[in-house]
Design a protein around this ligand. Structure first.
Ligand SMILES: O=C(O)C(=O)C[C@]1(C(=O)O)C=C[C@@H](O)C=C1
Length: 109
């Protein structure tokens, strides 16, 4: 007859690996999830603002060049292209966003 020695449960010696989606969040703690997601949003907003400022500089260069060559500040057909691209990608609010970007870039018309 063979006897078996009772085994005691052991704790894992390695830490469970985390996946990308759980590495920085603990779904059981809503405050932590929200706090971390807001940090990410703040970073994204800072990048968006930097990009908007960069767009304004590039747009200003185009406008100054056109005006120096005898043209006008506003180029309507180009604005229509910009507006339709934002609308195609983001719908009606995309148009509003594009209009705001254009106003920031060339002032009010
Ligand atoms: O693309 C141009 O010709 C620009 O002057 C740039 C820009 C823009 O910010 O997108 C700004 C003013 C014009 O009315 C059209 C577009």
């Amino acid at each position: 007859m063979t006897t078996t020695t009772p085994t005691t449960p052991t704790t894992p010696t390695t830490t469970p690996t985390t996946t990308a989606s759980t590495a920085t969040t603990d779904a059981s703690d809503p405050e932590q999830v929200i706090g971390e997601a807001r940090e990410r949003i703040d970073e994204l907003d800072a990048r968006i603002i930097r990009l908007v400022r960069e767009r304004m500089e590039v747009s200003s260069r185009i406008q100054r060049t056109r005006i120096a060559a005898g043209g006008r500040r506003v180029h309507l057909s180009r604005e229509m292209e910009v507006l339709s691209r934002f609308r195609a990608e983001l719908g009606g609010p995309g148009t509003t966003l594009a209009m705001t970007l254009l106003e920031l870039s060339r002032g009010r018309v």
